[in-house]
Design a protein around this ligand. Structure first.
Ligand code: ZN
Ligand code: ZN
Length: 367
């Protein structure tokens, strides 16, 4: 862990955002209070922090007395924590510069917006903006890529641990709990989303919840798991067989794997998420299972488990940027029968992808 490359100084993130609020929205300031966005911009990992990013460079960072010491040690150079004893938003209101002040309409609740709007100082006009910081977060710098790669490697270790111990007769719910325990023992703060362990027909639910049901011979079982390590998420899915699953299950697994490889092969900087989705989907459609693949092909992963961009039929056809981190996860779901999904986490590069997962994808038959 000590050998990680030094991340790009997050101070430059503040400056990039400053350029954006000026150029695109002519804002005098932007209020940032979402925990993840605050962390990304300032380095602060606590739960009570509010940033007023100012076009003139006079940024303010507010926190409460629980976090004064932590903020002082975590904040990027150039930012100083002001400890306030009132609601952060009320304290921020008094510190706003005159002019157009942005708030994130995707993140701020209506109740907080009303609170902000009350007693707004003269000369301050509130402007709704959306997704500015999420847009900056799409391309991961070297330090972020290494953190995500470490979180992905941790999940591969968990798959190794799982396969060594076997599957038959074990309960979905107990397995899910054990996997999450193993993640924590290996340094994760926890799972990056509730773990999915789904055997047999239950795996036909893409977001199945683990049950108190034992895995039996002849079943396919889908494990969709991720770890949060050093703030960053991972996400991977494998579908294993508990003993020989039969010809039909093997056929469906083979189609999903072919689709997943097709999607990975189509993915590189400059192509759109729509076209990568289409490349994988065409394999499943050609095999006659198009209706049984209802979700998008993948999503961005970073500080959050689901973030921009999406690989799907319904997104804008913007080109994917070098350094974007996404999942590639086609699936086929046959209600009452079985489900298969295979998912890798990859970094988009100029001439292809760097796959962060190494657990085998051909159908593993486990006892
Ligand atoms: Zn997943
Ligand atoms: Zn995913």
């Amino acid at each position: 862990m000590a050998d990680r490359p030094t991340p790009t100084a997050p101070a430059s993130r503040l400056d990039r955002l400053r350029a954006l609020i000026l150029a695109e929205h002519e804002l005098a300031a932007l209020i940032v209070e979402d925990e993840v966005n605050v962390r990304y911009l300032t380095g602060f990992t606590g739960s009570a922090g509010l940033l007023v990013l100012a076009a003139d460079g006079a940024d303010r960072f507010l926190t409460d007395s629980r976090y004064g010491t932590q903020a002082a040690s975590e904040l990027v150079a150039g930012l100083r924590a002001e400890v306030v004893s009132r609601e952060l938003l009320d304290a921020a209101r008094e510190r706003l510069p005159r002019g157009r002040v942005g708030f994130d309409a995707n993140r701020m609740t209506v109740a907080r917006w009303r609170r902000l709007e009350q007693e707004l100082p003269d000369g301050v006009e509130l402007i709704a903006v959306r997704g500015l910081i999420e847009g900056l977060r799409i391309v991961k710098d070297a330090g972020e890529q290494e953190r995500i790669a470490a979180a992905a490697a941790l999940v591969d270790e968990i798959f190794d641990w799982l396969l060594e111990r076997g599957l038959e007769g074990r309960s979905e719910r107990v397995l899910a709990a054990e996997l999450e325990h193993q993640m924590r023992l290996r340094g994760a703060s926890g799972p990056s989303f509730p773990s999915i362990v789904a055997g047999g027909a239950h795996a036909a639910l893409p977001h199945a919840q683990p049950r108190d049901v034992a895995l039996e011979r002849g079943m396919l079982v889908t494990f969709d798991i991720g770890a949060r390590l050093d703030g960053y998420c991972s996400d991977a899915t494998r579908t294993f067989a508990v003993g020989e699953p039969g010809a039909r299950a093997r056929e469906v697994h083979g189609i999903v794997l072919a689709a997943q490889l097709e999607g990975l092969g189509a993915l590189r900087a400059g192509v759109s998420g729509v076209s990568v989705d289409a490349a994988a989907r065409s394999v499943i459609e050609a095999a006659g299972f198009g209706e049984q693949f209802g979700h998008g092909l993948g999503h961005g992963v970073g500080l959050e488990i689901h973030e921009a961009p999406r690989l799907s039929r319904t997104v804008a056809a913007d080109p994917l940027a070098n350094g974007t981190v996404v999942t590639v996860e086609p699936g086929i779901y046959l209600p009452g029968e079985l489900g298969v999904r295979i998912e890798d986490l990859v970094i988009v590069e100029a001439d292809g992808v760097r796959n962060l997962n190494r657990t085998p994808k051909e159908l593993l038959v486990v006892d």
